[in-house]
Structure formats: structure tokens, C-alpha cells
Write a protein of this length. Structure first.
Length: 158
């Protein structure tokens, strides 16, 4: 597994650009809120730790992961952030719905990255079980939200 032996929350602050003058948007899916709120908190705390002013962290909630591309695009058009983080959680069920939502979400975020001049960071957990999602949103593997925040700052500084 890709996260085995890796702490998703760990970062070397000396290797992260100073976020003092950056504005970061975060689109958050309301589906699986226990997971997405934990991911948001991980990203939010990391951005603050890296110098981003709390007033420059711009949040937009969307119904589910499928709607993240729209929310990220709206944040970019209306708020003009330096980077956007797309936070979501899709947990496999008994139907093919999981595959369609994961694929469409990844495709939508990729298209934003290719079409717009603002980096969009993919922080959408696509897990087989709720426990796997918990492990990656502040559990035994750390918090993917923190990793996404670092990536947003790195990409914004390019």
C-alpha cells in the first residue's frame, strides 16, 4: 500500500515555501463529513503553521466529491487564490458508483490544472473501507490534508 510506512502529516518546514502572502482556497465535500472535516483541519492547521493568514484561507463546501471540480473552479474565478485544495472522501460500496465518482472527480480536477493558471491539489481519499479513510485523515497514517496543504504551497510558489 502506498501509505505504508509513511506519515502523511510529516513535512520539513524548511522545505515549504512561506505562505505569508498566499491565498489558498479549499473546496470541501460534505459527503463523509467525519473524514472530510478531519482532512480540512489537517490542511488548515498546516497552512497556518506555514505562515498563511487565517483570513487568506478560503473555504467552499460542496455536496460531494463529484462537485469538487465545480467548487474549485468557482473559488478560482471568484476569489483568485494562489492554489486550491480539493478535499473529498469516496468509500467503496457495493455498486460501480465508486468507480464512476472517483474517475470523474480525478478527471475534473486534472482538467482544471490543465485549463487554468491556478494549481488544484487532489486531496480526495478513495478508500475501500471507512477505517482506511480514518487512517489517512488523522489516524495511523497521518493526515492527507496536511500533505495537500504542503503541496498547495509548493505549487503556488512555482
Amino acid at each position: 500500500m502506498a501509505t505504508s510506512g509513511k506519515d502523511l502529516s510529516a513535512y520539513d518546514k524548511s522545505e515549504v515555501p512561506d505562505g505569508q502572502n498566499m491565498r489558498i482556497g479549499i473546496a470541501v465535500s460534505r459527503w463523509n463529513p467525519e473524514i472530510t472535516e478531519a482532512l480540512y483541519q489537517g490542511a488548515y492547521k498546516t497552512l497556518l503553521d506555514c505562515g498563511v493568514d487565517a483570513g487568506h484561507i478560503l473555504r467552499m463546501d460542496v455536496p460531494g466529491s463529484f462537485e469538487l471540480a465545480y467548487g474549485c473552479g468557482k473559488l478560482i474565478r471568484e476569489e483568485k487564490p494562489d492554489a486550491v485544495i480539493a478535499i473529498g472522501s469516496v468509500i467503496r460500496g457495493e455498486t460501480a458508483h465508486f468507480d464512476f465518482v472517483c474517475s470523474a472527480t480525478a478527471q475534473g480536477i486534472m482538467e482544471l490544472n490543465l485549463r487554468l493558471e491556478v494549481p488544484v491539489i487532489f486531496c480526495v481519499l478513495t478508500d475501500d473501507t471507512l477505517q482506511q479513510a480514518k487512517d489517512r485523515s488523522g489516524g495511523r497514517h497521518g493526515n492527507k490534508g496536511a500533505e495537500a496543504a504542503v503541496a498547495a504551497l509548493q505549487m503556488a510558489a512555482l
